[in-house]
Design a protein. Structure first.
Length: 263
């Protein structure tokens, strides 16, 4: 498989293409197994392929780097030993892999291809077609991180200290399918109201995180992170309850339909 042999396949041609491949090689693809878990395995029909999946339990690299393999075979007869090379690697197509899997396989190619070539690995690679799902119309982006504060607790182990923040933030940018508009929502996830009510740090048994809408302006002031003007221009406003003092404008969300409401 050379780097230059990269082609784009139209969605309407997917099933005919894989049907033709199946006549010449085995097809490896993500499949749903018992309980809904997804793992890469051999399929007999494109209908078995789980095109949309989150995480697979077992990555596809094992079909290029198996746990066990025949390197050679030998036969002993009357004190004479006959050694034969293992059979050539079977032709295969690994479809539905993500771009990160392709990068991992490319890294393996460098590792096993130089300076001393692993003939067994390279033989399998040369007999493999990789099909990667490229999200060229990516419709959602997610950013997030901790909100550090002066009252954050410290976790100390082996003379190393780690701060334990009780607030986190998320910013979600996406294109809404209902009106085809780009929208941005900012959230604050907090347990501060629970942590501050505790008299001691031992035996923490906290409830789930409290979600709240927050403006990018207030989030910037709270974290020190500067958000791009493109995000601020697409931010969806909301009506927050009256805020006492100089605190940030927050709107608590408790139901699924409130997270991305327009007001």
């Amino acid at each position: 498989m050379s780097r230059e042999a990269a082609l784009i396949l139209r969605k309407s041609d997917v099933q005919p293409f894989f049907a033709s491949l199946a006549q010449e090689m085995r097809i490896i693809a993500p499949r749903r197994y018992f309980g809904g878990d997804v793992m890469f395995g051999e399929v007999q029909s494109p209908k078995e392929i789980a095109w949309y999946y989150g995480h697979d339990l077992y990555p596809p690299k094992r079909f290029l780097l198996p746990h066990y393999e025949d390197m050679f075979r030998y036969e002993s007869n009357g004190g004479k030993v006959k050694i034969e090379n293992a059979a050539e690697a079977p032709k295969q197509a690994i479809v539905g892999i993500r771009s990160c899997d392709v990068k991992a396989i490319r890294f393996q190619e460098k590792f096993y291809g130089q300076p001393i070539m692993d003939d067994y690995y390279m033989s399998r690679l040369e007999n493999t077609i990789l099909d990667s799902e490229n999200p060229h119309k990516l419709r959602i982006s997610l950013m997030g991180g901790p909100v550090f504060g002066p009252k954050d607790r410290k976790f100390v182990q082996n003379d190393e200290e780690t701060m334990l923040p009780d607030e986190y933030w998320k910013v979600i940018a996406f294109r809404d399918d209902t009106d085809n508009q780009e929208k941005v929502f900012a959230f604050l996830l907090t347990q501060k109201h629970l942590v501050e009510a505790l008299a001691a740090a031992e035996g923490l048994d906290l409830e789930p995180w409290l979600w709240a809408r927050i403006t990018l302006q207030d989030l910037q002031a709270k974290t020190g992170i500067r958000f791009d003007a493109a995000l601020r221009q697409r931010e969806v406003p909301f009506v927050a309850p009256q805020v006492a003092g100089d605190g940030p404008s927050l709107k608590i969300v408790t139901r699924p339909d409130e997270y991305f409401a327009s007001r």
